[in-house]
Design a protein around this ligand. Structure first.
Ligand SMILES: Cc1cc2nc3c(=O)[nH]c(=O)nc-3n(C[C@H](O)[C@H](O)[C@H](O)COP(=O)(O)OP(=O)(O)OC[C@H]3O[C@@H](n4cnc5c(N)ncnc54)[C@H](O)[C@@H]3O)c2cc1C
Ligand code: SF4
Ligand code: SF4
Ligand code: SF4
Length: 504
């Protein structure tokens, strides 16, 4: 059994660390995983708070569970990653996956209700009807306050249909998962949640918690963040002079949209961003990188969702639904704008989170972020053992439009740029290219917008050194050069390569 680090009094009972680092510091996102996993029922989530029902040290000498499985602790991250690491494609912005497609429910009424592709609702109702799983954890709306998610153990299709649509507040779905196992005796459960919910479930599995074996499939949602329920609702009802019961529905487009019986209120995101939970500011996962299937919007397409299929379980289930006429699909390569926006959103979330995390670490002395922390093993691995040796470079006179076509075709989001003598001069990334106005993309060369920062490493240096260089320069990749010929590229190492190496 793993022992929690900390002072002697803290070290044996994880709750002390959970309380100090996560709960009291304001980083809890109320998923309820700690309640579901506690072996002596010492924790209860109620009224948007974690309550300790009794001092568990009276029952146990040592227990690391609640801190380790909390999605905002640094523990078990790499072990959790192994749940998807057999996928053939690794992408710095999107994680591991098999395929990305556009999809929508074939039933137009469902699409109308969801404001998206209603893929999640269709997959779940299909799975329940076909007995692929015996229950599904979804987030319905509280009847008296439709903005508030009501985590539910869905047993029949109607329970799933009542959960259609997104609610932008914390939902205790991991606690509902625990209820499905203990309260309902379910053994084959489908789970829907945002990335930190999915991580909590994967951590339970990495910990080999006894309830984790009952999980059949996880559907992860893309997520930019959730809002603090009571403060945001108070702000909205006061500022826009509406009653809570007037709110029929909330949607997110470029603005936060509130629909009442009589009106539609469109609030700019900047006006309410202070109400986003602190953990979301340092969260690097946009696309639920550890889910079997991830689903998000396909902006600017209406009525479609973007689906990232990551695991074999996800792939088999998804295509079974497609073959049975439940879901329509379309090729994302035909919609380069959707793909571009997806990558840019994921990279922007990651970049902003890493920046914020640095500042927060100084304030709290603790970093609630999904970062690669288990780095010791990297000290024993040489860069030459893990680098990718075939490095695709692109010439500096390629246009931005041509570069975007390359990205859509190969799904690589960054390339080294070389000059006319084939010497590397910088990098071009999708994020940089997307900043160029559409009408200027044919006339702008990648050499003009290159990031002219080439961080060099050498084959005999360690993977840990490469990781430190990436962290120091806030970049996701480094080129490996030949010491004898410093302009010659021998390979490339990315952060995802390092994660992959460690999970192996
Ligand atoms: C908090 C939050 C933020 C999001 N941010 C983005 C974003 O920035 N960009 C983007 O592309 N997509 C985002 N999404 C995902 C998007 O809103 C849709 O949920 C997703 O595209 C699935 O669409 P669908 O039509 O297939 O889902 P539907 O068929 O409508 O099903 C939605 C499912 O979401 C579940 N759900 C609803 N609210 C919650 C919640 N609070 N916690 C856990 N589960 C919930 C319900 O159980 C339901 O099963 C976000 C979702 C949430 C909940
Ligand atoms: S017994 Fe429960 S509250 Fe105590 S450390 Fe373990 S999981 Fe946490
Ligand atoms: S496990 Fe979930 S509910 Fe418990 S402290 Fe962590 S985020 Fe909060
Ligand atoms: S942004 Fe991250 S921490 Fe915040 S709700 Fe979404 S997945 Fe959880």
């Amino acid at each position: 059994m793993r022992v929690i680090v900390g002072s002697k009094s803290d070290s044996l009972i994880a709750y002390n660390i959970l309380e100090k680092r996560i709960i009291k510091s304001g980083f809890c996102t109320l998923c309820g995983a700690c309640e579901a996993a506690c072996p002596v029922s010492a924790i209860q989530l109620s009224e948007e708070k974690i309550n300790r029902l009794h001092d568990c040290s009276e029952d146990l000498d040592l227990c690391p569970i609640c801190y380790e499985i909390c999605p905002h602790s640094e523990a078990l991250l790499l072990r959790s990653l192994s749940s998807v690491a057999d996928a053939p494609i690794r992408n710095e912005a999107l994680g591991y996956y098999r395929k990305i497609v556009l999809a929508q429910a074939t039933d137009p009424k469902l699409r109308e209700q969801s404001h998206g592709g209603a893929v999640v609702t269709s997959l779940l109702t299909y799975g329940i009807e076909k007995k692929e799983f015996d229950s599904a954890i979804v987030s319905q709306a509280e009847p008296e306050n439709p903005s508030k998610p009501k985590p539910t153990v869905a047993l029949v299709p109607d329970d799933i249909l009542s959960a259609i649509g997104s609610k932008f507040f914390p939902s205790s779905v991991a606690r509902a998962y625990g209820r499905a196992v203990y309260g309902y005796g379910k053994t084959n459960i489908a789970f829907v949640g945002v990335p930190c919910h999915v991580l909590a479930l994967r951590k339970m599995n990495a910990w080999q918690h006894k309830i984790s074996g009952n999980l059949k499939i996880t559907i992860g949602l893309f997520c930019f963040g959730t809002f603090s329920l009571t403060p945001l609702l108070e702000y909205i009802t006061k500022t826009y002079k509406i009653k809570l019961s007037d709110i029929k529905r909330m949607r997110l487009s470029s603005k936060f949209v509130i629909e009442t019986e009589k009106d539609v209120i469109r609030i700019p995101m900047a006006e309410i961003e202070d109400h986003i939970l602190p953990s979301c500011r340092t969260c690097t996962d946009f696309t639920s990188e550890l889910a079997d299937i991830s689903v998000g919007s396909a902006y600017p397409l209406k009525d479609w969702s973007t689906v990232i299929i990551r695991t074999k379980v996800g792939e088999d289930f998804f295509y079974d639904a497609v073959e049975n006429g439940i879901i329509n699909t379309w090729v994302i390569e035909q919609e380069p704008t959707v793909f571009e926006r997806l990558i840019v959103a994921a990279m922007q979330k990651r970049t902003a989170a890493l920046k914020e995390a640095k500042e927060m670490e100084e304030v709290y002395g603790y970093l609630p972020v999904l970062l690669l922390r288990e780095t010791d093993a990297l000290a024993n691995i040489k860069i030459e053992e893990i680098m990718t040796r075939v490095v695709k470079t692109i010439p500096q006179d390629l246009t931005v439009s041509q570069f975007l076509e390359l990205v859509a075709k190969h799904h690589h989001i960054a390339y080294p740029i070389v000059n006319e003598n084939s010497e590397p001069i910088g990098w071009i990334t999708l994020e940089e290219a997307s900043k160029v106005e559409k009408q200027m993309r044919d006339a702008t060369l990648v050499g003009q917008i290159a990031i002219r920062k080439l961080v060099a490493v050498y084959p005999e240096e360690t993977a840990l050194y490469a990781f430190k260089k990436m962290s120091e320069h806030e970049i996701g990749r480094v080129l490996v050069f030949d010491r004898a010929d410093p302009k010659k590229i021998l390979g490339i190492v990315t952060k995802t390569d390092l994660m992959h190496t460690l999970t192996k």
